[in-house]
Structure formats: C-alpha cells, structure tokens
Write a protein that binds this ligand. Sequence first.
Ligand code: THU
Length: 160
Amino acid sequence: MTKKHLSIDYIEYASAGEMEPADQALVAEAIEAEKGSYSPYSHFSVGAALRLEDGTVVRGANQENVAYPSGLCAERTAMFAAGANYPDLAFDTLAIVARDHGVMCEYPASPCGSCRQVMAEYQKKGGRPLRIILIGSKKIRKFGCVDDLLPFIFDSLKAE
Ligand code: THU
C-alpha cells in the first residue's frame, strides 16, 4: 500500500488589473454575460465567457425553468453554443462570474461537477488545455487546465 498525495497549481490575483490584457478582457466579457442570466428562482446569476482558439468570445448565462432540472448553468450554455456554432475551433479559456441577489460574489464562482465534466469533453475534443478563470470581487483564480478542477478525470488528457 502506498499513501499518495495530489496537489494542483493555480494562480490567484487580487484583481483583474493584475492579469494579462487578454484575460482582463475575458473577465469583462463574463461580467457582461451575467446580464443575460434568467434566474428568477435562485436569484443566483452566473455569467460565462468562453474564448476560442481564434479569439472569438462566446457568452453564456444560466437559464432557469419552473421545472428546475430543465434549466442550465452559464458555463454549459456558453460551451454548447460554442460547440454548436464553432465546431472546428478549440476552446482556449473559460471565465466565470456570479452574483447572489445582484451582488457580485466575493469569492470566485466555482463550476458544478456537470459543467466540469462538459469542460473535460471539450478540452479533449480541442486537443489542448482549456484554461479556466474563476472570478470573485475579492480574488480571481486561474487554472491551467480542466484536470486541475477535476482530478482523476474520466478519459483524461493526462497519462498515468
Ligand atoms: N449555476 C451556474 O450557472 N453555474 C454553476 O457552475 C453553478 C450553478 C446556476 C444554476 C442555477 O441557475 C443557479 O446557478 C443556482 O444554482
């Protein structure tokens, strides 16, 4: 028996001003995207901005439904829209932000497990790492690939 330890690297920024310009722009896109949220049931509005390999940005926002499971997270609305409209372009970076009852969350929004699995699929399809930026008003976290948010990923890019 061997006891093992898993650790991940990620970068934490105090504000978007510390980030490289392209990422700052994507953060601004995610903040704009949140305005498209339809979340009358949870009042938790989420925005996502997905940059593709050619620089195109696709926005998403959570869409709720009175039949709760019929709604969809912001991340998946962005990823599915990109998959449907730009099937030949790899995903480069996905930025996510959330507001709770209209107030931007202080700590970075963290995607649900289903969205992480979908990220993994598109990362595999694109054949390159999908970077993820989680935005909060007090700090921003950047991860280099989906594997860092979903360890022991099903069908991972990484070999043992
Ligand atoms: N939500 C997202 O849009 N992304 C996530 O990663 C977590 C949750 C949405 C779903 C629902 O509309 C609301 O936030 C509350 O769960």
